[in-house]
Design a protein around this ligand. Structure first.
Ligand code: G4P
Length: 526
């Protein structure tokens, strides 16, 4: 068995996040290219990396051309073992992305230089901030006309609420884009539009090297020197520990499509990004180098074969060594389980593995034992904390279309909720079931999957709701009074907790001022 500490220090487990179309897929593909996991850029169609190895897992992906699932791509780069956790491109599946962020040690955010920070990126950054996840930002599409890089930096700081520190700097942009100066390694990378080849590096002594003038012309060389002087004046020296604590985000500029600036990003990433870190369980902090295995399920990828209700539970190894055919305790049920065919994800392929180390993701074939957030250990009672559920944005009543299939519908709804596809609330007043989602598409997915995987037909009925808030109070009488006043709008979540369904922002505001002793929470953990 390999040395555990060595294996841990080699691991870099991260996710790339962005607003749709900023270039996440393209960047992922280029990283895989450097890792030798694929050989020709463009071999994997954009947005579409996941389509090769993983898409037959869910028919719906083929149907809609949108990857609903989150998969994992592992590859080796130099001495490092890199695991990229892919996240769904479509924002209606943001909840999936939030969960994936519980399993990564760091994040790369891709921003389009023309569009700047977009809504989805802002939201995802909030999740990173909640967990102090270290973040590197890649400003993409420098080959296209875009915004002034200083403006972009300002926007990153204000919109993402994080300090930034450029580690590379562009020389012009769009048609006049000439390359980037690598502040981190002090090199000049000249831009040649090419989708296959890697950047040409000009070795220079320092920023005053006349080679820069010879390479990009005197005017641009002078502008670059002025810009860099300004940067050094405005932004504090880059400090790895500040980055690791999630307080500053280094920024790189490049063009993923042209494989430009990507290698620089990757080289810096493997050096500064964290190896698997200690994880907070409810009981205690667990160090990755503890010998006993522990891990948690962050994603359930459903029903590769609709005829057998099979799915894959994605387990993040947090400590020790995960072994095939070894008895592990499934904390929620208290049962011992062993896994004969766990898979690892290397270079877009799934292979059965005998062991996996902290930072790795193992796929465990499952027939409905697992729920998102379940912990596995060698025996110790540990519960890893997942990410809280956020109040959904959209709500609909779910109704049964086929009375003969009530059982199937109920089971399907339960299992889809276990997978974390959406949230279920039961109205206490009329007993009707309400499904809450982040986007419209999730309703379609649920309907489709209920039919194809459970043979159940559902119908959606409108309900006008603004937010679901979890409520609590130390004042029993006030809580009781509130619940009776709002009895038509009270529901229970799946854990039996009280949820107030506010139908407008105004109603919520009134409720908050009328019942000052009640705490209203917009996430399920408080
Ligand atoms: P996403 O996963 O974040 O949604 O974005 P994706 O990589 O699919 O990229 C979105 C579009 O932006 C793609 O074009 C892609 O080729 C383009 N793109 C990515 N990086 C760069 C870049 O550095 N420069 C330029 N100019 N374009 C870039 P598309 O036309 O939507 O898709 P495709 O037909 O090229 O596949």
């Amino acid at each position: 068995m390999a040395n555990l500490i060595d294996e841990i220090s080699k691991r870099r487990t991260f996710a790339i996040i962005s607003h749709p179309d900023a270039g996440k897929t393209t960047l992922t593909e280029k990283l895989l290219l450097f890792g030798g996991a694929i050989h020709v850029a463009g071999a994997v169609k954009s947005n579409k990396i996941r389509k090769t190895a993983t898409s037959d897992w869910m028919e719906i992906e083929k149907q809609r051309g949108i990857s609903v699932a989150t998969s994992v791509m592992g590859f080796n780069y130099g001495d490092y073992k890199i695991n990229i956790l892919d996240t769904p491109g479509h924002q209606d599946f943001a909840e999936d992305t939030y969960r994936t962020l519980t399993a990564v040690d760091s994040v790369i955010i891709v921003v389009d230089v023309a569009k700047g920070v977009e809504q989805q990126t802002r939201k995802l950054m909030e999740v990173c901030r909640m967990r102090n996840t270290p973040v590197i930002i890649f400003v993409n599409k420098l080959d296209r006309e875009g915004r002034d890089p200083f403006d972009i930096l300002d926007e990153l700081e204000t919109e993402l609420k994080i300090n930034v520190r450029p580690l590379s700097w562009p020389i012009n942009i769009g048609a006049k884009f000439k390359g980037v100066y690598n502040i981190y390694e002090h090199g000049l990378d000249l831009f040649q539009p090419d989708k296959q080849k890697v950047t040409e590096r000009v070795e220079i002594k320092d920023i005053n090297d006349p080679l820069i003038d010879a390479s990009v012309g005197e005017t641009d060389a002078q502008k670059l020197r002025d810009d860099l002087e300004l940067i050094e004046g405005v932004y504090p020296e880059f400090d790895v520990n500040t980055y690791l604590s999630g307080k500053v985000a280094p920024v790189f500029f490049g063009s993923a499509l042209n494989t430009f600036g990507v290698k620089e990003l990757l080289d810096c990433f493997v050096r500064i990004a964290p190896a698997p870190r200690p994880v907070q369980a409810e009981e205690r902090i667990v160090n990755p180098d503890e010998p006993a295995f522990s891990g948690f399920v962050f994603k359930i990828h459903a029903n590769m074969d609709p005829n057998h209700r099979s799915c894959i539970a994605f387990v993040k190894v947090c400590s020790g060594v995960f072994k095939r055919n070894f008895n592990y305790k499934h904390m929620r049920s208290g049962k011992l389980m062993k896994f004969s065919a766990p898979t690892a994800f290397m270079a877009q392929k799934k292979d059965v593995v005998d062991e996996a180390y902290p930072g790795d993701i193992v796929g465990i074939p499952d027939t409905g034992n697992f729920k998102i957030g379940d912990t596995l250990t060698e025996g110790e009672d540990l519960h890893y904390k997942g990410l809280p559920s956020f109040s959904p944005e959209m709500f609909k009543y779910i109704e049964n279309e086929d009375p003969m299939k009530t059982k199937q519908l109920n089971k399907g709804v339960e299992q889809l909720m276990d997978e974390g596809v959406a949230q279920l609330f039961v109205n206490q007043f009329n007993g009707r079931k309400i499904i809450g989602t982040v986007g419209q598409l999730q309703f379609e997915v649920i309907q489709y999957r209920l039919l194809h995987e459970y043979g159940a037909q559902c119908r959606w009925e409108p309900i006008r709701l603004y937010k679901a808030c979890w409520i609590e109070s130390d004042d029993e009488a006030e809580l009781k009074a509130f619940k009776s006043r709002k009895h038509q709008y009270m529901a229970l979540d799946r854990d039996g907790r009280d949820v107030f369904l506010a139908d407008s922002g105004y109603v919520l505001q009134m409720a908050q001022s009328d019942f000052p002793k009640i705490r209203f929470h917009f996430t399920s953990e408080f």
